[in-house]
Design a protein around this ligand. Structure first.
Ligand SMILES: NC(=O)c1ccc[n+]([C@@H]2O[C@H](COP(=O)([O-])OP(=O)(O)OC[C@H]3O[C@@H](n4cnc5c(N)ncnc54)[C@H](OP(=O)(O)O)[C@@H]3O)[C@@H](O)[C@H]2O)c1
Length: 376
């Protein structure tokens, strides 16, 4: 008899749709290979919910039909799918699913999958409620893991010993094995002295272009054109996304930090935050001189600039730093991520995880791996 995992998925954007497609297409193979039946029970976006009742949840035809309407290429809104209704709230969606599960008494386990861009305040209550009732959660969304320390602690306490019912591998470095490596090191009683790395493909690209002699304004414009940045590049250049990743690593290590404790150095001055996007893009040239001279200073001593996150001795910082060109971080070029674990056992030669740290398909594959890690 197969184990049944019922999925309630929050988020139907790029990652959410890629995950839905992956599961629909490989459902039968997952059942025969791993003996687990994955059943979608609800799909949720910012405004709508689509519940898949028992029969539909089991019908491959129905899921394929749905997938045809929701594929990233089609990008039909969830609200346009037959049966979709307006969402009361994320918590109400979950409460309904928990009630249903209780009344069906089928022995199935629920997995809350958060592949949304929702705020911590919206998702923490949902995830904590599911975990408190013995269910499971998988997150690609960093925000719930970066809420207040109080809420974070409640959430992880609800996840059971060793966070056994909570997975969030893809929040740092997408499908790269960063969180699992950290947990394995800590669980095998290695002493983690320092975690450092570059966790942003966008900022990796930018610093590589600076090293190659590009002007800052040109490099940002190129990255935007290539689709590496958020629509507003300030969301990348401000460093908050990297700070969230550093905080997730720090909290996983047991550091009692708030997001505001992470020292973040932005790549643009505060006064530029108020500008319209076109004005910001035009005024980027104001910063060219500063970054050109920083780049030249670094080169003069065999160093280069990288946007580095460091988690060490109870503290976290993220910002532009000079690193040796011939170091692990200095050698990394382009959009790849790198995470360097310096530990008591990996002291002289730190343990390195490196590769593409973003992408909807890659992230979806990491989320699926997290879901399947619950299979007994
Ligand atoms: N893309 C990557 O490479 C990558 C890598 C690692 C982690 N992540 C994380 O994975 C998450 C999804 O990324 P994405 O690229 O798929 O983003 P996206 O395309 O912007 O999709 C975000 C989705 O979240 C939904 N959403 C927003 N608020 C919600 C709420 N309260 N309840 C339910 N759904 C809500 C949005 O709904 P609407 O469509 O209605 O607005 C949308 O469907 C993000 O947290 C991101 O940081 C992404």
């Amino acid at each position: 008899m197969s184990q049944v995992l019922e999925i309630v998925q929050f988020g139907m954007g790029g990652v959410g749709r890629a995950l839905f497609g992956l599961i629909v297409q490989h459902k039968a193979a997952i059942r025969s290979k791993l003996g687990v039946e994955l059943r979608y029970r609800a799909l949720v976006d910012s405004t709508s919910v689509l519940r898949l009742e028992q029969d539909a949840a089991l019908s491959h035809q129905h899921l394929l039909h749905l997938w045809n309407g929701l594929k990233p290429a089609v990008r039909e809104r969830l609200s346009r799918q037959p049966g979709a209704t307006t969402k009361p709230s994320d918590s109400a969606v979950l409460a309904h699913e928990l009630e249903r599960l209780k009344s069906e008494d089928s022995g199935a386990n629920l997995v809350v999958v958060d592949v949304s861009g929702a705020a911590a305040e919206e998702m923490i209550p949902v995830i904590t409620a599911a975990l408190s009732q013995g269910h499971r959660a998988v997150l690609a969304n960093k925000r719930p893991l970066c809420g207040s320390l109080h809420d974070y602690k409640q959430m992880v306490e609800a996840a059971g010993f060793g966070l056994s019912r909570l997975r969030y591998e893809t929040t740092v470095g997408a499908a790269l094995p960063v969180i699992s490596t950290l947990r394995n090191l800590a669980n095998s009683f290695d002493l983690i002295e320092e975690i450092s790395g570059t966790f942003s493909g966008t900022l990796g690209y930018l610093t590589t272009r600076l090293e190659e002699g590009s002007l800052y304004s040109e490099a940002v414009a190129e990255a935007k054109l290539a689709g590496y940045t958020e629509p507003d590049p300030r969301d990348d250049l401000g460093g908050v996304d990297v700070a969230r990743k550093a905080l997730i690593l720090a909290r996983t290590l047991g550091y009692q930090l708030e997001l505001s404790d992470v020292k973040v150095t932005s790549l643009y001055p505060a006064y530029m935050q108020e500008m319209s996007l076109p004005e910001f893009m035009t005024r980027l040239t104001d910063l060219d001189k500063i970054y050109l001279s920083r780049s030249q200073e670094a080169a003069a001593t065999g160093e280069t600039l990288r946007y580095v996150a460091t988690v060490k001795e109870g503290h976290c910082r993220v910002g532009l730093e000079q690193v040796l060109k011939d170091s692990q971080i200095g050698r990394l070029k382009g959009t790849d991520n790198i995470v360097v674990f310096k530990t008591q056992r990996y002291h002289n030669q730190p343990l390195v995880v490196q590769g593409p740290g973003a992408g909807q398909e890659l992230t979806a594959s990491g989320v699926l791996a997290d879901i399947l890690s619950f299979v007994r």
